[in-house]
Design a protein around this ligand. Structure first.
Ligand SMILES: *Cc1c(COP(=O)(O)O)cnc(C)c1O
Length: 484
């Protein structure tokens, strides 16, 4: 089928036509407020949410690039950073900024570590970051952008990073140590206290990635759940990232990056004095910067306070526990490790877990798929509170149904469904190329195991070489960002 080229429009549309077209486009989007989706959207409820929308609109046109033109934005950024620092036990020395998200915060941390090493240890030619395999890919991305090597350390039986592995991985080239509070895949907190000690011993910066936990764990701890200290109470911690647009409930585009002192933070800033356009200075990656997310971050903290966040954390944690107990009570299913917060994954003893995920999908549920081990992942938020019983009932049925299928049937069913899904997502030519490439590679699989093909993860399971998966995903992205 020949595609029509998308043209820059000759004449404009009126407001009602724009609205109609947007509504039509949006019809295919995930219905996040039904509770059947886990993660991605963090909704503080309509009352708070509506106020935040109004606040956002007040800053629709302002530009955060110039702090002297819009002092209110700078003021809200400073106050938000100070409030989050207070929550995470920072003293008066602790400083920070708001960035566009966890990825930007982490990119800055890695840059700061590189700058610091190049000043303090100029003999390091090939700098390295030591991090758990469970750490967020944003570190990988930052390291890739900045030309730094990553040294991955496996997790132990409890899915927290293995300290012996960390000790072995630290070398004279290490410029940064990383721990998560908690990590995304298993929702467990790495041994932050021990990592902090090691960082002090070796005099290396130590970043705690609390993108997920920064605005949740302090409240979970106050509620009486056992949460080990993970923040500036640990002496070796030099920086912490905490996303405001996750459990902070701000609009998307807001994360806090905190440093132990301003000497470290200065290494984050960028200044160029020789431009004919004037002296240029920016705190982080972005130039022109949206102010709406900053304004909503400040407002939501002011609106909820510790009391409001505690109530939300309490509801979310109770929902999480009910989900975990319900999942563990289903024959063959169990939660991975002992998650510390409201994110976790689960696996199956009997069926291919992705097949259960597929079954759940037909009933409208969306869960993330994880690998090593194959599992389904839940980020529990307030929207999921009313649907726990329905979810567990559907999950039990899905588990029973998939248990009855033989391996052979499962393989066929999975292959058919994944193939169908991929072929829908891709233009026919690309799909055929990918399908034949993956079939060729699958033929080389000598283990004799049935080939599993649940979407990308399934295909990646049958591909022995990760480079092939890399290529496949690159092609997929390339196609996805080409007009339909
Ligand atoms: C979400 C997340 C990040 C990355 O943050 P973005 O806001 O998606 O850029 C980093 N670390 C953890 C643990 C996260 O959950």
């Amino acid at each position: 089928m020949k595609k029509e080229k998308v043209r820059f429009p000759q004449n404009g549309l009126d407001s009602s036509e724009i609205h109609a077209q947007i509504e039509k486009k949006k019809a295919g989007d995930a219905k996040w407020n039904t509770g059947k989706m886990f993660g991605f959207v963090y909704h503080p409820g309509d009352e708070v949410g509506d106020t935040l929308k109004n606040v956002y609109l007040k800053y629709f046109y302002e530009n955060g690039l110039n702090p002297s033109l819009f002092p209110s934005v700078r003021n809200m950024e400073n106050e938000t950073v100070a409030m989050v620092s207070d929550l995470l036990h920072g003293d008066e020395q602790v400083v920070g900024n708001i960035t566009s998200g966890g990825t930007e915060s982490i990119l800055m941390v890695v840059k700061v570590a590189r700058e610091k090493a190049s000043r303090d240890y100029p003999q390091i030619k090939y700098p390295e970051i030591v991090l758990p395999v469970s750490a967020h890919p944003a570190f990988e991305k930052a390291a890739y952008y900045l030309g730094i090597k990553t040294i991955h350390v496996a997790t132990g039986e409890d899915y927290r990073v293995d300290m012996e592995g960390i000790r072995k991985a630290i070398s004279k080239n290490t410029i940064l140590l990383v721990g998560s509070a908690p990590c995304f895949p298993y929702g467990v907190i790495d041994p932050i206290e021990e990592l902090g000690k090691l960082a002090l011993e070796h005099e290396i910066p130590f970043h705690v990635d609390a993108c997920l936990g920064g605005l949740m764990l302090p409240f979970v701890e106050k509620l009486g759940y056992p949460i080990p200290p993970f923040d500036f109470r640990i002496p070796g911690v030099t920086s912490i990232s905490a996303d405001l647009h996750k459990y902070g409930y701000a609009a998307k585009g807001a994360s806090v990056i905190l440093y132990r002192n301003s000497k470290l933070r200065k290494l984050q800033y960028y200044v160029f004095t020789d431009w004919p356009g004037g002296i240029f200075a920016s705190t982080a990656m972005l130039g022109t910067k949206s102010c709406g997310p900053i304004a909503t971050a400040w407002s939501v903290i002011k609106m909820l306070g510790i009391k409001g966040y505690l109530e939300m954390a309490d509801e979310v944690m109770k929902t999480t526990k009910r989900l975990q107990e319900g999942i563990n009570a289903i024959d063959g299913l169990h939660v991975t490790g002992t998650p510390d917060m409201s994110i976790f994954s689960f696996t199956s003893d009997y069926s291919n877990i992705f097949l259960i995920g597929d079954e759940m999908k037909t009933k409208g549920w969306h869960m993330d798929m994880l690998q090593f081990p194959d599992s389904l992942h839940l980020t529990v938020t307030r929207t999921n509170i009313p649907v726990v019983d329905e979810f567990l009932k559907d999950l039990e049925e899905a588990a029973q149904k998939t248990r009855k299928l033989s391996w052979n049937k499962i393989t066929t069913k999975l292959t058919v469904s994944a193939t169908g899904r991929l072929s829908k997502a891709l233009p026919e030519k690309t799909f055929q190329k990918i399908a034949s490439a993956s079939a060729k590679i699958a033929e080389h699989d000598k283990s004799g195991k049935p080939s599993r093909m649940a979407a990308i993860y399934g295909i990646s399971g049958t591909l022995e070489k990760r480079e092939n998966v890399h290529e496949l995903v690159l092609n997929l992205l390339d196609q996805m960002y080409t007009p339909d």
